[in-house]
Every structure is written in structure tokens, then in C-alpha cells.
Design a protein around this ligand. Sequence first.
Ligand code: ATP
Length: 453
Amino acid sequence: MTTPTDAQRMEKIVSLCKRRGFIFQSSEIYGGLNGLWDYGPLGVELKRNLKNYWWRVMVHERDDVVGMDGSILMNRAVWKASGHEDTFSDPMVDCRVCKARLRADQMIEKKGVRQCPNCGSKDLTESRPFNLMFKTYVGATEDESSITYLRPETAQSIFVQFKNVLEVSRKKLPFGIAQIGKAFRNEINPRNFTFRSREFEQMELEYFCRAEEGMRLLEYWKEQRLKFYENIGIPRDTLHVKTVSDEERAFYSTGTYDIEYDFPFGRQELEGVAYRTDYDLSQHQKASGKSLEYFDEETKQRFIPHVVEPSAGVDRTVLALICEAYSEDEAPDEKGKMETRLVLRFHPRIAPIKCAVFPLLKNKEQLVAKAKEIVDLLRPHMNVFYDESGAIGRRYRRQDEIGTPFGATVDFETLGEKDASLRDTVTLRDRDSMKQERIAIQDLAAILRARIA
Ligand code: ATP
């Protein structure tokens, strides 16, 4: 078996995503729309499992974090105060020959002269800032007074609601507010499949603290987040922590790490962990005229808390999960001949379908009835899939390809026809080792739940 190159690997991943219903191009029947994607039946399960696990670890398993769900459209004043209206932009260059509009950092430079990466022309415009926020109008009139933007990050609604959440949750510093939601950026060059999209989801935590705790908590959250990725099946050695340099860092941040992953198209950011100081709350306090201070009952001091922000992309993590899981190995076909097996080795925790249930033969009523009973038994606990069509080996392959970690097969032994001691047991096949074990149906749910927890 030859090892595919990274480009071939990526091509295969994109094609599998479409063929098996993970990710489709948005508005595909109309030719699509650049940088926008839809998640199909399996993609949406994967995405939900990721978001649910993030929420479980970041909110439910902690005493010091609460959640919120803010609106996508907010008062324009928010974006003025946060600095997004003036500065949330990428420098952009137009090529006068091929008309490509590109980010300035994508220009090729040969002997000190900038060239278009598409056509090689040197006839380029000066670079100018291009605001990445999508502008829209609220209400019936389309004028200056009704302008606002689709949010380019979820964080600002957390800052703006800081006081309300603090009051209702009665938390003491340090504590965090978490949110998962859509964000929109009119990226100049969306690329690398879903990696750089114009509409995406973020999972953000704003962890408020005292100024003196900021740098320590930055380290703490970087480590927590690395552990998170390992716990969903992205090994530590494929992750890299980049310390963002003084020049690249937002001016208000005193420390930022990018957590990067080795995608087939290169090492790229999955998540940013930034110490944003008290910049955001101070800006909103100044602009709104409303106090966003915290009152420390012990010291009787009032101050604006600082904040550390781990900000992860749902779509980028889903893509990393798929890239990491994608593998090809060899397995025997029905006749024992070795063939290439395509398998997504998802961690059972995030796999879209946890267990497939198969009757050995579809024309044996008792096998079918038993298999359906098992489906009903497992359904309240996990996402299961029933499949009775085709040879059992083919059914296994179909599940391997979408990363289902377990397959339970109902055969004649389940019916106790050969050996009464095997009545009401099934074979449970493991996707990765392809080993099979005999399990009592009554233990099945508990065994699987422990393995997918
Ligand atoms: P990049 O440098 O790649 O444009 P960024 O540093 O601007 O990203 P942040 O503003 O830190 O990104 O956003 C936090 C996270 O949101 C990113 O780490 C990423 O996972 C996700 N994200 C940002 N922009 C996009 C996008 N266009 N498509 C998909 N995910 C994105």
C-alpha cells in the first residue's frame, strides 16, 4: 500500500465528507457560495458531540463557569467600543491583471518585488484595509442609523452581559462565562475546505480574574485546552503551542498562545488562548457609561476584572478530528482476500454513531426482531444505527468508513440454537482491532456507555 501525499489525503477527506454526508457545499445546486458549508446527517452529529463535550468539560464539570447564549446581532455601539468597526480588518491587495483579490500576506515576494500568487503579475494595487465584518440593517430603513454587523466573535456579548451574569450567578473571581455560537467574517480568501470559512462556530470562554492572576491563568488554560484535544482523540504530538509575538499580538493582550494542529495542508491555528487584560470591559464601561466593575466584599475594593480567553473554532476542530481519524489499512474481504479498508478512527466519545446493530441475515424474522429489540434498548443511551442490507463484511466496512466504533451482530447463537448458554448474547466488534467478543444483551448498554463516556 502506498502512502498518499498530503494533498491526495486532503482530497480523499473532502470527497469522503461529501460521499458519506459529513459536509456539503452550501447552496450546492446553485453553484455554491464561497466559504460556506452545510453539515450533513453525520457531520451534524460529530459537531454536536464536540460541542456537548466542550460544554460538559468547560461548564458542567466546573463550579466556576456558567454559560450564556447571546444574540448574533447587537447594537452597533458594541462594535464601535470593542474596536471592531475601526480595526477588524485584513490588509488586501488587488491584482490588476487577473483581478484576484488577495490578502497582502499571501503575495509572493521575489527579489523584493511583490507578485500575484495566481498569475505572477507585478501590477498590484497598494494594500488597503478590508473590514471583515458583514454589514446589515436592522428594521425597515436602510440608512446610517440602522447599520449593524453580524458578530465576528461571540466574546463581545459575554463582555456586554458581564454585569447581569455576575449578579444572577453570584460568582466570585475568578470565574468564567462560556458560550458556543455562530460567528461571521467576510474572509478575503476562504480556503482549505472548512478551515477558513465565512460563517463558523466558536466555543469561547471568558475567564475573569484579578490582574495579578492573569499570566498564571493563561498558562493554566493553555494546559487545560491541550488536555481537551487529547481527550477527543487529537494526540499531543500533533499539537503545537505557538507563543504569539509582540508584533502579532493584539495591542491590549499581554500574552497569547495559538494552539496549532498539523493539518494535511500545513500547521494551522485551532484555538487562541489570550490574556486580554481589562481592555474589553474597560472599553464597554467607557462607551456605555455603565459600571462593569466587580466589588470585592473582603477588601471592599471596586475594579474592572481582567480576562483570559480560550477561543476555539468548532469547524476547525471538526476538520482536525476528521483529518486525524482518516486512515487506510488492510482487512480481509468476504473471501479472505486482503483489501484496502478506509476507516475513520474517531474517539468513541465524539463518533457520530456509537454502535451499529446488525441481524446476520435480513430474511430471518427472529434475527431481525432481536436486532430491533437491541436498537430500542440502546437508543435512550446513544445514537445507534440499524442495518440489515448486504453481506455482514460490507456492513462493517460501511460503518468503519464513518467511524462507528462498535458493531453488535445478532446471529443464530443469539437465538440459542446451537448452544443454550449463548442465548441472548451478541458479538460486539471493535472497529480498530476488528476483534469480536461475546456479550450478554443485558450488559450491552452499560458496557458501551462506559466505552463512549
Ligand atoms: P486566523 O488567524 O486563522 O484568521 P484568528 O486568529 O483571527 O484566526 P481568532 O479571532 O483568535 O482567530 O478566533 C478564534 C478561533 O475562531 C480561531 O482559533 C479559529 O478556530 C476560529 N476561527 C476564526 N476565524 C475562522 C474562520 N474564518 N473559519 C473558521 N474558523 C475560524
